[in-house]
Write a protein that binds this ligand. Structure first.
Ligand SMILES: CCCCCCCC/C=C\CCCCCCCCCCCCCC(=O)SCCNC(=O)CCNC(=O)[C@H](O)C(C)(C)COP(=O)(O)OP(=O)(O)OC[C@H]1O[C@@H](n2cnc3c(N)ncnc32)[C@H](O)[C@@H]1OP(=O)(O)O
Ligand SMILES: Cc1cc2nc3c(=O)[nH]c(=O)nc-3n(C[C@H](O)[C@H](O)[C@H](O)COP(=O)(O)OP(=O)(O)OC[C@H]3O[C@@H](n4cnc5c(N)ncnc54)[C@H](O)[C@@H]3O)c2cc1C
Length: 697
């Protein structure tokens, strides 16, 4: 009832095409010289072979641990290769396309992807992987990711029967039109109205103000024929709040907007390429009439007479589509983070700076302790997010099954976990991609590194599907000591316990880590509760408002505890493959001790550990980095990404970075001509003028 979509992992992102570039414009030495042969010869070398040889674990088995099963590795491999070998899915020039070219390219790729899906009779799992590897955000993401789930979750059986077959075959294209110009976070504040007219048995959809214009929905601007529109339901003169309605927007014959519908794209967005492949849109209604049966009526109904009837279910089920997408966003966080980390680790193993004595080899930057201390926690976070994503997917499936049986007991827990994990994993991932760019030095700033576009595509995840701060504040309500809150039942013990750690090695004990994280989260929550009641002698809401910055930090502590706990649980399981469990154990400890070190203030202020124990954690962290170092390249190989999917000259599997960087530069449109356009207009007159002035002196 609550979910709407399949649990297939999802991912959003960009595309691109590659305008053919003439090699004639390359300098002659690039075409025929010894330099070119030299570059070719170098390309046959695996610069990372020595790194791979030092790995102390079975990489193939780690691929299974990462992907979840041997079957998952196999399917992902096939789909990644299918995309990488198809010229339509080329993406090396995406950042150089104009907005119009990029959008058309997105339409072309989506159509081609669909053709391949039908021709090859791909399963839903395979089709979704194909969509991910095509790697270009587009209307299909919202069609499959929100429009279909909204109908599944909120539509009656008849409505599903009518609309889903049309959507499944792309006879209609849908989007999710909730956010307005004036309100996004505050869903209850939306202004669009759906007023029931009993005379005609229709709803009249209307945008009464400028701020009621729908604004942001992906796929709305240019592609969608239909939308699930969220509007205030008004019947018998009474406003019953926000409900979903299926509304046709464009003609199925010529794609023109239907009468009373005004719509378009909201304009260019952050970064080149990136999310600009998506047609986020604006939409206004001028008294548009739809049949009554296009209100999504699973949760509540309006009768032929106009009577409002609400089924005996929590009204928050209306938000089910958002919860579904939030859990898929958590799974996606590990994908985006692991891509960035893969690029930064491989490049750091290739890149050398300083350290040469008497002409000897320079130091790989990956050997610098500072590089390790910035990069390895991100590597560990990628694995941590992967496993917590799997757990959240399980939780989501479980709550969905319970809801089908009218058991709503875990609804609040699922909402809090999806909201909190979405907020923490996306914020960390966005920051981490930027950190990976810095870790790659100057070359990281080039589009060909893949990192600028990855960042630009990823960073709105901190905002869409719920602003991260707004979502974290949701954790502060309705806490009961069940599920992931169960540790709160140990309040008496956790409020006074003292960590027994007395050596750096003691921090390798998962119980020591678990206890410190539980005590910190609990004490921060209790402190907040006390401060709120002190701040608000009159009213709790005032105290909540006053202390909301502290609540945010307490919410983050709770979510970090969940991530650590799920990683520890994962490592306790049977994990096949030589050395795989040991590596995951090390990464789990890196993750936990890194968080402890970074948030040391919380642990000290709440008295969970002493300054000496904090120092021991940091000492152990350094030892763990040394343990990770020889395995680092193999640990990112285990993500099993093709060079096509990574889209980065720095992250190439063979580590042959320099020829690739050099080649890539010549593909820039500026290098199409030796003398730039504008030379005769602006440069030559300037130079000549100055020469003339000088000659007069
Ligand atoms: C090429 C062909 C390919 C073929 C492929 C085929 C296969 C494909 C298969 C799958 C593909 C999937 C693809 C997926 C891709 C997805 C891409 C997505 C891209 C991202 C797009 C982004 C879209 C959007 O952004 S949509 C808009 C999102 N908007 C928001 O998130 C708004 C945020 N605001 C809110 O959520 C709420 O308003 C709120 C929670 C902040 C506040 O709500 P409120 O005012 O109503 O509530 P209160 O704060 O008063 O709370 C009352 C009470 O309710 C509890 N609560 C709140 N929310 C929930 C909930 N969701 N569930 C349960 N309970 C909830 C709250 O805690 C309170 O509880 P109390 O106990 O305290 O009363
Ligand atoms: C790329 C992208 C794609 C999107 N796709 C869709 C889509 O397909 N369909 C759709 O319907 N929407 C979509 N959205 C809209 C998106 O869901 C909203 O932008 C998002 O929910 C944030 O809401 P807002 O813009 O109203 O932010 P605001 O709420 O206005 O946030 C502004 C600031 O106010 C703060 N703030 C707000 N409320 C509080 C509070 N109570 N306490 C403390 N601080 C607060 C926030 O933290 C933030 O710092 C998309 C947005 C983006 C960027």
């Amino acid at each position: 009832m609550w979910r709407g979509g399949s649990n297939t992992r999802t991912c959003k992102r960009r595309f691109f095409s590659s305008p053919t570039r003439s090699r004639h414009h390359r300098p002659p030495y690039m075409l025929h010289s010894r330099g070119s042969q030299h570059l070719k010869a170098m390309a046959e070398v695996d610069h990372l072979a020595a790194e791979r040889a030092t790995a102390r674990f079975d990489v193939e088995e780690m691929k299974v641990a990462w992907a979840g099963s041997r079957h998952a590795v196999h399917v992902a491999d096939r789909m990644a290769r299918l995309v990488a070998s198809d010229p339509v899915f080329r993406k090396d020039n995406r950042t150089m396309l104009s907005r119009k070219e990029l959008f058309k390219d997105t339409l072309r790729k989506a159509a081609h992807a669909w053709k391949r899906i039908v021709e090859l009779r791909l399963t839903e799992e395979e089709a979704d992987l194909l969509r991910q590897y095509v790697d270009q955000p587009g209307y299909v993401d919202l069609h499959w990711g929100m429009f279909v789930p909204a109908i599944k979750g909120q539509g009656t059986e008849e409505q599903q029967h009518k609309w889903l077959p049309l959507a499944y075959k792309f006879q209609i294209i849908g989007c999710y039109a909730q956010t307005e110009l004036g309100h996004g976070s505050n869903v209850q504040g939306l202004e669009t109205t759906a007023t029931f007219d009993p005379k005609t048995d229709e709803f009249v959809i209307h945008s009464p103000t400028l701020t009621s214009s729908k604004w942001w929905p992906g796929g709305l601007g240019k592609a969608s024929t239909h939308a699930v529109v969220y509007a205030r339901l008004i019947t018998e003169g009474k406003d019953y709040g926000i409900h979903g309605f299926i509304v046709q927007l464009r003609s199925l014959e010529d794609h023109s907007p239907l009468p009373g519908v005004t719509l378009g794209d909201i304009g260019g967005k952050f970064g080149s390429g990136a999310y600009n492949s998506m047609d986020n849109g604006v939409l206004r209604f001028d008294h548009v009439r739809i049949p009554r049966d296009q209100m999504l009526m699973r949760l509540s109904q309006v009768t032929r007479e106009g009577k409002y009837v609400h089924s005996n279910v929590p009204k928050q089920l209306l938000y089910g589509t958002m919860v579904y997408v939030r859990q898929s966003i958590v799974a996606d966080a590990s994908k985006a983070l692991s891509r960035a980390v893969c690029i930064a680790v491989r490049y750091s193993a290739v890149r050398k700076q300083f350290g040469s004595q008497d002409g000897g080899p320079e130091t790989q930057v990956l050997n610098y302790k500072t590089q390790q201390s910035r990069l390895f926690p991100l590597l560990a976070s990628a694995y941590a997010f992967r496993f917590v994503g799997d757990w959240l997917n399980w939780l989501y499936t479980d709550v969905t099954q319970k809801l089908e049986a009218k058991d709503f007991s875990t609804l609040q827990e699922a909402h809090a976990c999806t909201a909190g994990l979405k907020a923490v994993t996306t914020s960390v991932t966005a920051d981490a991609i930027e950190e990976c760019r810095k870790l790659c030095g100057g070359h990281g700033y080039l589009n060909s590194s893949g990192l600028p576009e990855l960042f630009a595509v990823y960073v709105p995840a901190c905002t869409y599907e719920g602003d991260n701060v707004v979502l974290l504040l949701q954790l502060a309500s309705g806490k009961q000591p069940v599920g992931t809150m169960a540790y709160m039942g140990k309040v008496q013990y956790l409020m006074q316990c003292k960590s027994a750690v007395s050596s750096a090695e003691d921090w390798l004990n998962p119980d020591a880590i678990q206890e410190a994280f539980e005590a910190r989260a609990l004490r921060m929550a209790v402190n907040c509760a006390q401060n709120i009641s002190q701040a608000a002698s009159q009213e709790e809401a005032a105290g909540f408002y006053e202390r909301s910055p502290d609540l945010l930090e307490a919410a983050v502590a709770h979510i970090q505890l969940i991530i650590v706990t799920k990683f520890i649980e994962k490592v306790h399981q049977e994990i096949p493959g030589h050395g795989v469990k040991e590596q995951l154990q090390a990464l789990c400890n890196v993750y936990a001790l890194y968080i402890l070190h970074k948030h040391l203030g919380d642990f000290l202020a709440t008295g969970c550990i002493t300054p000496r124990q904090g120092a021991l954690a940091n000492e152990q962290l350094g030892k763990l980095y040394a343990q990770v170092r020889p395995n680092a390249v193999a640990l990112v190989d285990a993500f099993n990404y093709t060079d096509h999917y990574l889209g980065s000259v720095l992250g190439r599997y063979d580590g042959d970075v320099y020829p690739a960087l050099y080649e890539e530069a010549w593909k820039d449109p500026l290098n199409e001509t030796v003398v730039p356009e504008g030379y005769h207009e602006y440069l030559r007159p300037l130079i000549k003028q100055q020469q003339l002035k000088l000659s007069r002196l």
